[in-house]
Design a protein around this ligand. Structure first.
Ligand code: AMP
Ligand code: GLY
Length: 420
């Protein structure tokens, strides 16, 4: 099969790496890709935002299957555009991607299906929002209803912070996504992610993972896209994974089908494990980044076979390795704010020779014989080990060999698992 993967981050490198090993694959293309992806796929310089260009390339090249990795493309309807051009693709469709695109929709679906989540209300004007926030007590969570590039959530510690945040959102602080906001109860607990794959009717579990969203050690500082992850996550016991499937994922897939927008694709369930049990934080319509980088090394089954089966309504259970995978994100100084681009990276080959190590590229570009750091998140140094401690030691051993001006990473990825 000729396959087109759309995207350019560390998640896409991990997917390209797994797809490249498939016995079904004859040729892998990635648009636009990065310097690491270029090692396993032919990169084509079409931006992921150019839906017409991607559809034309796929049709001209006779692509047999397309994999869309990122939320912006899924919520924007790239699946619908590619399928209309006759290209079988991993979804979800634009309609079904509402599970990621609208927090309000998800909250209503939770009510309907009895899925546990924080108490909430949706508002389109500030005054009522403020009184509801006051009535919940503090801290309280204020969210823009829509995609806000992962930045649409403010946790307000007191009344004045909360009223300021509500005004900020209604004044367009997060752009279009702030026309409606969701105010919800603050849930205390440990967060974990659980992934499943659905064909619209059937759904199979993938695996669990835990991400580190704050930029600083000990989970301090501003939120990021994710500074590291590991899988499996010990907080998600086998019993909790079963609860995730039976009480969250399966009712959601059934409800989407009943509403006439069957959910086909990867479903990412963000959970808060509270004292009164697991509660839904959010759904995403895709793999996580960097969670995907720790799922792919653990997947024993063929990824391409599974994704095509999801598209064609023929899902079968997948097999996973018992090993732990852990990834450390190496980022450019300044991230998640502004950072310098173009510094040359050294030590990549040296690091890749260590046992159990795969270095996925997130923000890199080839400059002649060298590779430059051009993103906020630049590399995902990923290790397999028999347990979290071994995977962590291996990953940080590899990190030590990689350098560029302004590189930094968290030094404590995996701490929650190790402190249990
Ligand atoms: P979301 O975009 O909904 O995933 O929210 C981003 C992050 O905000 C989550 O990963 C949580 O860390 C935090 N968060 C969101 N909702 C809540 C909540 N109700 N209680 C506590 N933390 C939350
Ligand atoms: N790592 C969080 C996400 O992909 O949304």
């Amino acid at each position: 099969m000729k396959v087109l993967l759309v995207g350019s981050g560390g998640r896409e490198h991990a997917l390209a790496w797994a797809l490249s090993k498939s016995p079904l694959l004859t040729k892998l293309y990635c648009a636009p890709g990065n310097a690491g992806i270029a090692g396993v796929a032919e990169c084509v310089p079409i931006p992921a935002t150019d839906f017409a260009g991607l559809a034309k390339f796929a049709a001209d090249t006779r692509i047999d299957f397309a994999v869309i990795a990122a939320d912006a493309q899924l919520v924007g309807g790239l699946w619908d555009v590619l399928e209309a051009a006759g290209i079988r693709s991993l979804g979800p469709s634009k309609a079904a991607a509402v599970l990621e695109g609208s927090k309000g929709f998800v909250k209503e679906l939770c009510d309907e299906m009895g899925i546990p989540t924080a108490a909430y209300k949706r508002f389109t004007a500030p005054d009522a929002a403020k009184s509801f926030a006051d009535s919940l007590g503090y801290p309280v969570v204020i969210k823009a209803d829509g995609l806000a590039a992962g930045k649409g959530v403010i946790i307000a510690g007191d009344k004045s912070e909360s009223h300021k945040a509500i005004d900020f959102m209604f004044e367009g602080g997060f752009g279009m996504s702030g026309h409606a906001i969701v105010i919800e109860e603050f849930m205390e607990g440990e967060e974990a992610s659980f992934f499943a794959l659905s064909d619209g009717t059937n759904v199979v579990p993938l695996a669990g993972a835990q991400d580190h969203k704050r930029v600083g050690d000990g989970d301090t500082g501003p939120n990021t896209g994710g500074m590291g992850a590991y899988s499996p996550a010990p907080v998600l016991t086998p019993a909790l994974e079963q609860v995730a499937m039976e009480q969250f994922i399966k009712p959601t897939v059934a409800a989407m089908k009943a509403k006439g927008m069957p959910y086909m694709g990867v479903l990412y369930l963000g959970l808060m494990i509270t004292r009164s049990g697991p509660k839904l934080v959010e759904y995403n319509a895709r793999f996580g980044d960097p969670e995907c980088q720790v799922l792919m090394p653990r997947l024993k089954s063929d990824l391409l076979t599974a994704l095509v089966a999801a598209r064609d309504g023929k899902l079968a259970p997948l097999e996973w390795r018992g090993d732990v995978a852990l990834t450390v994100v190496m980022a450019s100084k300044g991230y998640p704010g502004s950072y310098e681009k173009g510094h040359i990276i050294t030590g990549l080959e040296d690091a890749a020779q260590l046992p159990g190590i795969t270095v996925f590229h997130a923000g890199t570009e080839r400059r002649g014989k060298e590779i430059a750091a051009v993103g906020g998140r630049v590399l995902n140094v990923t290790a397999l080990g028999k347990d979290v401690a071994e995977a962590q030691a291996r990953a940080y051993e590899a990190v030590k060999r990689i350098h560029w001006d302004g590189a930094f990473c968290r030094t404590d990825i995996g701490w929650r698992a190790l402190s249990r």
